[in-house]
Design a protein around this ligand. Structure first.
Ligand code: 4NP
Length: 156
């Protein structure tokens, strides 16, 4: 059976859509799409239905990654639907856990940078208010963290 991974941030237009697209690319590069599926969501519904932020899309394209997206809000049924719920930062974690009603659901929640050898457990910084370098930093963090996550889950 496929393992299902959900990436979560605040707006679902910068960090988690990029994490989802990078994880999907790692799956395709390694012929692992039959073993995993992935999606992303935001704890807020502020940008529901929007594509990813133009700055995220531009930076990803500069790094050779093209993707499309439609933002959606995290919902309580995601705890049932997904095997792994990977949040970008501490506030996303607090907000997700507020909606959680069962221990076995809470155990599905982890932080993206638990898999980052550089500064493990740290927040993936929110690039929303910053400049282009912030989007590049987020790309580098998510590129390596999503690959380390996949290696851990697939033991490849
Ligand atoms: P994200 O970034 O959580 O990585 O999608 C943000 C997007 C939008 C806002 C904040 C962060 N906002 O305040 O609208």
């Amino acid at each position: 059976m496929q393992q299902k991974v959900l990436f979560v941030c605040l707006g679902n237009i910068c960090r988690s859509p990029l994490a989802r697209a990078l994880f999907q690319k790692h799956l395709e590069d390694r012929n692992l799409t039959h073993r995993f599926s992935c999606d992303s969501a935001g704890t807020s519904g502020l940008h529901q239905g929007e594509n990813a932020d133009p700055r995220t899309l531009k930076n990803a394209a500069q790094n050779g990654l093209l993707f499309n997206h439609s933002a959606r809000q995290f919902r309580v049924t995601d705890f049932e639907e997904f095997d792994h719920i990977v949040v970008m930062d501490e506030s996303n974690e607090v907000n997700v856990l507020k909606l959680c009603r069962a221990d076995h659901h809470a155990q599905k929640v982890s932080r993206m940078r638990n898999w980052d050898e550089e500064n493990p457990g740290a927040n993936v910084p929110d690039p929303w208010y910053g400049g282009e370098e912030g989007f590049e930093e987020v790309f580098r963090i998510l590129e390596r963290s999503t690959l380390a996550l996949l290696k851990d889950l697939s033991k490849v």
